[in-house]
Design a protein around this ligand. Structure first.
Ligand code: GRF
Length: 211
């Protein structure tokens, strides 16, 4: 049974998608051990509590330095003995110590087709603003492993979403979540939980998948 920590900062719709997929069997062999937020007011914490899942807040604001926060975040996660860390809208830069300690065991969902509209500064609505400004006709979402760079780790899964005339960043954000994020994040977790994913030469390989 794969034990997961889900790290969140906001509404937690991706967390909800993971919890629903565990409940209805689209994710097998996995359990959310803990949900951790950097923001006490994150609705995601309530979603976890409503399902009886352990949840906890750790905020950089409560620490003297970023270094002290980083150490505490890592020891908190270590204390839950998890196999996989899922970043589901976590707006804190992951400390290098954590990336080293959990190599190829941290995944993130990004709301564009990497390598477009990703990297420093591309988060939240800014990603969709960028896509609309450039006039792309398709966008989408990407699940990737987290390495030392920003959105540079091995890509596990991607799904395209159509950009439509009249889209605003908010409308596009919602469509990307509904049509891509909530589907590919649970699916990637199921693949990992069932031993289907390896990383070779910086690329993620999914056994039994096409492409
Ligand atoms: C999503 O758009 C995700 O792609 C990004 O942050 C957002 C989180 O939304 N990384 P939610 O908290 O899961 O609703």
């Amino acid at each position: 049974m794969l034990k997961i920590a889900v790290l969140v900062s906001g509404g937690g719709t991706n967390l909800q998608a993971i919890m629903d997929a565990i409940e209805d069997g689209r994710i097998s062999n996995a359990k959310i051990e803990v949900v951790i937020s950097n923001n006490q007011n994150a609705y995601a914490l309530k979603r976890a509590a409503d399902r009886g899942i352990k949840n906890s807040c750790i905020s950089p604001k409560d620490f003297e330095s970023r270094e002290a926060f980083n150490q505490e975040l890592l020891s908190k996660i270590n204390s839950y003995n998890v196999d996989l860390i899922v970043l589901a809208g976590f707006l804190v830069v992951i400390p290098p110590q954590m990336i080293a300690a959990y190599k190829n065991r941290i995944i993130n969902i990004h709301p564009s087709l990497i390598p477009s509209f990703c990297g420093t500064g591309y988060y939240g609505l800014k990603v969709h603003e960028g896509a609309l400004l450039r006039g792309v006709k398709v966008t989408g979402a990407t699940v990737h492993f987290v390495d030392e760079g920003t959105d540079t780790g091995p890509i596990l899964s991607q799904k395209t979403v159509e950009v439509k005339e009249g889209d605003t960043p908010e409308i596009l954000q919602r469509r990307v979540m509904e049509e891509a994020e909530w589907e590919i994040l649970p699916q990637a977790i199921d693949w990992i939980a069932n031993g289907r994913v390896t990383v070779e030469d910086g690329k993620a390989i999914v056994k039994g998948s096409v492409g």
